[in-house]
Write a protein that binds this ligand. Structure first.
Ligand code: NAD
Ligand code: UD1
Length: 337
């Protein structure tokens, strides 16, 4: 198939472009490079031996999106493009609602006009909110508690309404848990701008000497070691989950929801120990205040993706840390190295 990947120069997108090319698909990428660099695609091409067609386009520009589709023969779309920093979304909600919602609406309107109706969407475990028991199951009532999460929830609602109204749509809503790691070559990986918000990129920057120490946000939670539990998933497993979801929905109309997670929780200190093993040295840290909005623990019920897609995670937290470290060590300043 010829697959359009929005956000394809970003962290998860670039790994998915590689998986798609390895599965024999042709790939067209749209990205406005607001949080990524085209260098990722050059490296993906080096690894796959295939070039993706790249368009530097902002999804909020509907006419520009229309031009990409015109005569391109696109069969399906995987939609990663969006802003994703929770804290920033609380400070600048309009920026998030405008970018994520308008970008998605433009994209699906253009798809509809071009009779392209197979769609895979990057949702997030954050849609489960604070009210659900763990593990999270797809049938639970969703309800996010920050503007970023609400953009994911609202886009899920829009896509569900669309699929219900028009049986020609084939839609997968993929709820990711905590993606970490990098391609084992160390050539592509996560390249956060500024101070990383997420745990593993922060640890990696401490390990490489860019930051002094890790602040562990809270050591007094009701968990085995007092730190929060999360369901970490290797970005390569996540990328393979997209290929599996795409294959499934390509053959079936409807709206499908899958958790992409391992079904296991790991604590902050367990992840830190795994990363130390990868580096071969202790990593300085300090236990500090809890971070506002953090939940003590959540992980996926991963049974549906296994039953429907035959997909499950294959890589351990140790492997995630080894691969993440190889990428960081070889590219201390990310793609700018
Ligand atoms: P990323 O920032 O690396 O990738 C997103 C890409 O979208 C970037 O390359 C950015 O330049 C592009 N983009 C943003 N707005 C755009 C617009 N208007 N037009 C064109 N391009 C635009 O992030 P990622 O970690 O690869 O995440 C990909 C998707 O997965 C996002 O939708 C994110 O919300 C979702 N997600 C990520 C995580 C995570 O922890 N990384 C977890 C759950 C869900
Ligand atoms: C974050 C996002 C969430 C998103 C998820 C998946 C927030 C509030 N939530 O959640 O919307 O779906 O990523 O990627 O940003 N930690 C530290 N020190 C740090 C960084 C993190 O101790 O410097 C801890 C956190 O308290 C948490 C764990 O590490 O317990 C994981 O944090 P993080 O990587 O930010 O992911 P989530 O909190 O799960």
């Amino acid at each position: 198939m010829k697959i359009l990947v929005t956000g394809g120069t970003g962290y998860i997108g670039s790994h998915t472009v590689l998986s798609l090319q390895e599965a024999g698909h042709d790939v067209v990428v749209i990205d406005n490079l607001v949080n990524s660099s085209e260098e990722s695609l050059r490296r993906v091409a080096e690894l796959s031996g295939k070039e993706a067609e790249f368009h530097n386009v902002d999804l909020v520009d509907e006419a520009a999106v229309e031009q990409v589709f015109a005569g391109a023969g696109i069969d399906a779309v995987i939609h990663f493009a969006g802003l994703k920093a929770v804290g920033e979304s609380v400070r600048e909600p309009l920026k998030y609602y405008y970018n994520n919602l308008v970008g998605t609406l433009n994209l699906i309107r253009v798809m509809d006009r071009h009779d392209v109706r197979s769609f895979v969407f990057s949702s997030s475990a954050t849609v489960y909110g604070e009210h659900n028991p763990i593990p999270y199951v797809e049938k639970m009532e969703i309800g996010a508690n920050n503007p970023y999460g609400r953009t994911k929830e609202q886009i899920e609602d829009i896509l569900s309404d669309l699929g219900d109204a028009d049986p020609r749509w084939h839609i997968a809503l993929l709820r990711y848990f905590n993606p970490v790691g990098a391609h084992p070559s160390g050539r592509i990986g996560e390249d956060p701008q500024g101070i990383p918000n997420n745990l593993v990129p922060f640890i990696a920057q401490v390990a490489v000497g860019r930051r002094e120490k890790l602040m562990v946000f809270g050591g007094d939670y009701d968990t085995p070691d007092g730190t929060c539990l999360r369901d970490y998933i290797h970005v390569e497993d996540l990328a393979e989950g997209h290929v599996a979801a795409l294959n499934y929905v390509a053959g079936r109309a409807g709206v499908f929801r899958w958790n992409l997670g391992s079904g296991r929780g790991s604590s902050v200190l367990e992840v830190l120990r795994s990363f130390e093993k990868a580096v071969g040295e202790p990593i300085p840290y300090e236990i500090t205040e809890r971070r506002a909005g953090d939940l003590p623990a959540f992980w996926a019920d991963a049974a549906s993706a296994l039953a429907d897609l035959g997909w499950s995670t294959t890589k351990t937290v140790d492997q995630m840390c080894e691969d993440h470290w190889r990428w960081q060590k070889n590219n201390p300043q990310g793609y700018a190295s």
